[in-house]
Design a protein around this ligand. Structure first.
Ligand code: FPP
Length: 253
């Protein structure tokens, strides 16, 4: 029988026994929003918010590792983010390299495996190289899967899946009759990953913004007004605790 974690409500210590991890979400996805507003409130340039947000990623990963979360998917750069001023796009696309430069040794020490979803090919070489290097270095790790959504857009992902499915049907690699949800999901970037159980969005916005539209069909959503650079370990634990109170029925009773 799975065990709830009411003790989070009291003093939020780490779970001590395996049974206490049972209702921890396997896959958590986060829309890390509010960096720009955080910076503006302090009279700083928007990129200062992104920089601060990068360090929060490190803290969130640490918490995810300590709670034995299996997959953490972070929305780091969307297909719509190209619309931002060039200087901000340039900075955002430098962050993966900077993050990995600082934290890769620690991630390796913690048995974290790095993966990405999104159209990596269209990113600058320095971003691609840093990410490929980190993937290669961590490919045999079997702890937390840290999955960065980079140049990711759900509609594009779905359209691409359809294109490839049609091509495979044309090539007789796939039969239309055998196309079901499971087969369709295998054509998405998230092939092989379980769907997110818990989806967190910071900064008070309550929308998906083209993130995991297919995969989040039955995710539990958790929103906070807190801006991403202020998101703390305590808040992450609150979200996990809240998730543990939810009754997931998947359309049943
Ligand atoms: C949304 O805030 C945030 C982003 C578009 C970028 C997210 C990136 C990070 C948190 C940095 C970490 C990245 C890596 C790769 C470690 P916003 O700029 O839209 O904020 P606003 O809505 O307040 O303007």
């Amino acid at each position: 029988m799975s065990m709830k974690l009411p003790f989070f409500k009291k003093k939020k210590p780490e779970p001590k026994e395996q049974s206490e991890f049972d209702t921890i979400p396997k896959h958590v996805a986060i829309i890390m929003d509010g960096n720009g507003r955080w910076a503006k409130k302090r009279g700083l340039p928007r990129i200062a918010g992104h920089k601060e947000g990068m360090d929060v990623v490190r803290d969130v990963v640490k918490t995810a590792v300590s709670f034995h979360i299996e997959i953490l998917t972070l929305y780091a750069f969307s297909t719509e983010n190209w619309k931002r001023p060039d200087s901000e796009v340039d900075y955002l696309l430098r962050l993966p390299k900077e993050f990995l430069h600082i934290y890769l040794p620690e991630l390796i020490e913690n048995n974290v495996r790095i993966e990405t979803i999104g159209e990596l090919e269209l990113l600058p070489d320095h971003t691609k190289e840093a990410v490929h290097y980190a993937k290669e270095k961590t490919k045999d790790n079997d702890g937390l899967l840290l999955n960065f959504a980079l140049n990711y857009g759900s509609r594009f992902e779905i359209m691409e899946a359809i294109r490839r499915i049609v091509a495979d049907i044309d090539d007789n690699q796939l039969k239309l009759d055998s196309l079901d949800e499971k087969t369709f999901a295998a054509y998405l970037y998230t092939n092989g990953l379980s769907d997110p159980d818990l989806l967190i969005r910071t900064s008070g916005e309550k929308r998906l913004s083209n993130f995991l539209l297919w995969q989040a069909a039955y995710s539990e959503f958790w929103f906070t007004d807190v801006l991403w650079p202020d998101f703390s370990e305590e808040m992450f634990k609150d979200a996990l605790h809240d998730y543990q109170q939810r009754k997931r029925r998947y359309g049943g009773v």
